[in-house]
Design a protein around this ligand. Structure first.
Ligand SMILES: [Ca+2]
Ligand SMILES: [Ca+2]
Ligand SMILES: [Ca+2]
Length: 366
């Protein structure tokens, strides 16, 4: 059976797709970072970027001060192969806190209900002190797209409510089930819970104040809020970006005035350089090419075992069977076996029969 399958599939070649392999993006500094705040005096070149909320304040977004970090990936991961060609298997972003003991560590995002006034019938108490630092994607509006936006781009267009509500050209976003970006900047007023791609975790004890120099680690949940698709689109365009945001309380005034909110080290800060290396960093592993391509060889002793080669053949099929049988997260390829379902082809962190049938479809279709 096996030799026959090998022969039958030898004609399935994808040698026309350049760079169909696995890649690891590692950057200790972003290529762009920006304090994405309507009143930033020198947007894109600040030495620190704060994140805080203007929750329920008319004229401002709930996530008022956001921080965008971006990494150019085109020199490592070949761009332009189509979003379906990028199978992200891991993505971790790290940031470092610049201010000392200014805010309280909360590792878990709070419901929007905890930010409503007590008199609101939907209000809930915040049972853990502080507000989480959340990692979202970036959505674009107005004149900008992922490929045209830049670090020092203008903040936004005409506000929905002056001076700054609903105006930003690049906003904290998630992807909905259909893959369309949704602005989460006004989530409290719009009354929904936006699932971030990740919540920032640190070594600080929850509820304690965070010392300067503390690292926050964001392990992207690829099954959440369209994160995998968003990253695939970014890799296709040669740049991946994230919005860091927190609904930390601010007391008003320029730059948030006072308040219990974090400030982050930007790439322009001397602390971002060696030996400190406190700028935003990324580690991203991606398999590029046909979804069904996992390996070059079926020989576990060959160094190319588990290295995709752009060719889909029987060795890939048996490799996938092993992954699937072992319950490996890498075998999770879809949330549905129905091609008309938006979850088709998008990992859902559940390994079941639909993944296996998806693999079969991908294998037959290349
Ligand atoms: Ca909390
Ligand atoms: Ca292969
Ligand atoms: Ca699945």
């Amino acid at each position: 059976m096996r030799p026959h399958l090998t022969a039958a599939l030898a004609c399935l070649s994808f040698s026309g797709i350049a760079g169909a392999q696995a890649f690891s993006v590692q950057a200790s500094l972003p290529d762009e970072d920006r304090w994405n705040y309507p009143f930033a005096p020198t947007p894109g070149t600040e030495l620190e970027a704060s994140t805080f909320g203007a929750t329920l304040v008319p004229g401002f977004d709930d996530y008022d001060a956001q921080f965008i970090v971006g990494f150019r990936t085109g020199s490592v991961v070949p761009p332009g192969l189509g979003e379906d060609a990028y199978h992200v298997e891991r993505c971790v972003v790290r940031l470092t806190v610049a201010n000392d003991l200014a805010f309280v560590y909360d590792p878990t995002p709070d419901s929007f209900r905890t930010l409503l006034p007590d008199t609101d019938p939907e209000a809930l108490p915040d049972l853990d002190p502080g507000r989480a630092v959340e990692l979202f994607g970036v959505g674009y509006r107005g004149a900008f797209t992922r490929t045209t936006w830049f670090e020092t781009a203008p903040f936004g267009g005409a506000p929905v409510v002056p001076p700054a509500q609903g105006a930003r050209f690049a906003f904290a976003g998630v992807l909905d089930d259909a893959g369309a970006p949704r602005d989460v900047s006004l989530k409290v007023r719009e009354r929904f819970d936006a699932d971030p791609y990740a919540a920032g975790l640190s070594a600080v004890t929850p509820g304690e104040r965070v010392p300067a120099g503390t690292e926050f680690v964001f392990e992207v949940d690829l099954c959440r809020s369209g994160a995998a698709l968003d990253l695939a689109r970014g890799l296709n365009d040669g740049v991946v970006r994230f919005t860091v945001a927190s609904l930390s309380p601010a007391t008003g005034g320029p730059g948030g005035g006072g308040g219990e909110f974090p400030r982050w080290v930007t790439r322009e800060n001397v602390l971002a350089l060696p030996p400190f290396n406190q700028g935003a960093s990324i580690e991203l592993d991606v398999r590029v090419g046909p979804a069904a391509d996992y390996t070059t060889t079926s020989d576990p002793l060959d160094p190319l075992y588990g290295v995709p080669d752009g060719v889909v053949d029987a060795s890939d099929f048996f490799f996938y069977l092993d992954l699937f049988a072992a319950g490996e997260p890498r075998a999770d390829l879809t949330g549905s076996s129905d091609p008309s379902d938006p979850a088709y082809g998008r990992p859902d962190c559940t390994l079941d029969a639909s993944d296996f049938f998806y693999y079969l479809d991908a294998f037959v279709g290349g």
